[in-house]
Design a protein around this ligand. Structure first.
Ligand SMILES: Nc1nc2c(ncn2[C@@H]2O[C@H](COP(=O)(O)OP(=O)(O)O)[C@@H](O)[C@H]2O)c(=O)[nH]1
Ligand SMILES: [Mg+2]
Length: 224
């Protein structure tokens, strides 16, 4: 990045952080499509294997200690959880059910797939998906299956590596290169990957700016 681009990026991150530090509220949990909120604003959805760090990332992005967890009462983990950002409302974040949990009954997995597939295919306001991948493990088959589902639904997604504080920089570089290489073969994968740590804050400001850009467009940053 040139110094000029760096200043521009810092400006974008500052504006995005300001938006996230304003109103963020849990809206509702949708166990079925008929419970989705009216599609009045853009949506950014988050998905990943259970335990990948999805709740922690949502909390870090919004600067709240427990906004994501607040909705995860027992039985709520198989639903689409909606959060609203901005006053006036600017966009929504959608916490999708975690996948790849051990020993989930076939019926539960089927129900999850149907809900997620129809949401991905039918949701006009869905602007981008974030696919979270644990940086210690890299891509697993369930992640590949999710990426394929997104390719087929033609929903663009960014890959976000989580928990980067847990591994050595050299190992992280290797995993990131491997994941990026594989992502290049997926038509709907965004070329830019995000390396994050919800624990240490690494990559969080940049991801905020990316989420705001995906939801509201590049123009939003120059409206000041
Ligand atoms: N060291 C570290 N641990 C993390 C990070 N993000 C999540 N964790 C831990 O990983 C576990 C699962 O996180 P959680 O956000 O609940 O995952 P979820 O199931 O995907 O919502 C928890 O014990 C978190 O404290 C991170 O960035 N760094
Ligand atoms: Mg969670």
């Amino acid at each position: 990045m040139t110094p000029e681009q760096e200043r521009e990026q810092q400006h974008r991150e500052k504006l995005a952080s300001r938006l996230f530090s304003g109103r963020v509220d849990f809206l509702l949990s949708a166990p079925q499509l008929k419970f989705l909120p009216d599609p009045t604003v853009p949506e950014i959805a988050f998905c990943g294997r259970s335990n990948v760090g999805k709740s922690s990332l949502l909390n870090a992005l919004t600067g709240r200690k427990a906004i994501a967890r607040a909705s995860v009462t027992p039985g709520r983990t198989q639903e689409l959880n909606f959060f609203e950002v901005g006053d006036p409302l600017a966009f929504r974040l959608v916490d999708m059910p975690g996948y790849g949990f051990a020993k989930a009954p076939v019926k539960v997995v089927e129900r999850w797939k149907n809900l997620v597939k129809s949401y991905l295919r039918g949701r006009q306001v869905l602007a981008r998906n974030l696919v979270l991948v644990d940086s210690r493990h890299g891509l697993k088959d369930v992640d590949r299956e999710m990426m394929k589902m997104l390719d087929e639904a033609a929903v663009g997604y960014r890959i976000v590596l989580t928990k980067t504080d847990k591994i050595k920089a050299s190992t992280l570089d290797a995993v990131a290169a491997e994941v990026a290489e594989e992502a290049r073969k997926h038509p709907a994968a965004h070329p830019q990957m995000h390396l994050t740590s919800a624990e240490k804050g690494m990559g969080i400001a940049a991801l905020r700016a990316a989420v705001v850009e995906d939801a509201l467009g590049q123009e939003w940053f120059s409206k000041g």
